[in-house]
Design a protein around this ligand. Structure first.
Ligand code: G1P
Length: 289
């Protein structure tokens, strides 16, 4: 069994749902309390033992590269002003040299195509895929929970799944499962099924552990739901050949790709924040009365 050392993070999306906020700022860099959304996802991957990060970017995403680099002028200024705490924080969050790489998805052809763009950087080993729109607030990170399942199963593929109300299944990839939870056997999956046709109300939550064979499948993948090359369609082919677990993880999802999810993330992380939590609680309850 090969360990999962690499993570792919697709960050090429335009963020049209957040215009004008995302006109010049990538949606992945929008702030939840005091950190960009993307930082939470990278931290979740680090907690799970990921050593190498592959970002699939697009045009106007330069600040993502800058965020994971040394900010020389800023650090120098902080040092000269004796601002040791923020300086230490910046340095602690800096990834080790050579552990972060970037490749571009030149055309918006779908999530499956974005992942395929990372094939040479991933190479012939299993990898994690984390969709940065999705924040999962959990005691133990969602990807770490999935790595446990991967290790227990002796390899294979693992995806995070959770229930949504039936009238929302058409917005997601939906799975069919069998066996005992929380780590079910996935027996079917479909991307964005039309209303009333979903096989269940268990959706794919934006965290995946996949075997590299998926790249060969993505290469020949035809366009699927929404006219895009969908990762779910290739996963269905992979599922027929290899073990595929769906983990009903412990934690709460905030879909930061939508305004309401982004606001709920700010509230959830804010209310728990050591510096502002107590005051935010008072502020929110005052606003509600
Ligand atoms: C993507 C996946 C879908 C998954 C969802 C989770 O869809 O294609 O299977 O359920 O993320 O957020 P998107 O949100 O990119 O339309």
């Amino acid at each position: 069994m090969q360990p999962v050392r690499k993570a792919v993070l697709p960050v090429a999306g335009l963020g049209t749902r957040f215009l004008p906020a995302t006109k010049a700022m990538p949606k992945e860099m929008l702030t939840v309390v005091d950190r960009p959304v993307l930082q939470y996802v990278v931290d979740e991957a680090i907690e799970a033992g990921i050593e190498q990060f592959i970002f699939v970017t697009g045009r106007n995403k330069h600040v993502i590269e800058d965020h994971f680099d040394i900010a020389f002028e800023l650090e120098d200024t902080l040092a000269r002003r004796g601002k040791d705490k923020p300086l230490a924080q910046l340095r602690a969050q800096l990834p080790a040299a050579g552990t972060v790489s970037f490749t571009r998805q030149q055309e918006p052809l779908g999530l499956g195509h974005a992942v395929w763009c990372a094939r040479h950087l991933v190479g012939d080993e299993p990898f994690a895929l984390l969709l940065p729109d999705v924040l999962i607030k959990a005691e133990r990170g969602c990807l770490a929970q999935m790595i446990d399942v991967y290790n227990t199963a002796g390899g294979g593929n693992v995806i995070a799944v959770e229930e949504v109300p039936e009238d929302r299944t058409d917005q997601y990839g939906v799975v069919e499962v069998s066996g005992e939870g929380p780590a079910y056997d996935v027996t079917g999956m479909v991307e964005k099924p039309p209303k009333g046709t979903a096989p269940s109300n268990l959706i794919i939550t934006g965290r995946y552990i996949l075997q590299p064979r998926i790249f060969g499948m993505l290469e020949h993948q035809e366009k699927g739901a929404g006219g895009e090359i969908q990762i779910t369609d290739s996963m269905r082919t992979l599922m027929r050949e290899d073990g595929f677990k769906g983990l009903r993880f412990e934690g709460t999802t905030h879909d930061c790709g939508s305004k309401i999810g982004f606001l709920s993330a700010n509230l959830a992380y804010g209310l728990d924040h050591p510096e502002v939590g107590a005051e935010l609680r008072q502020t929110v309850s005052a606003l509600m009365t």
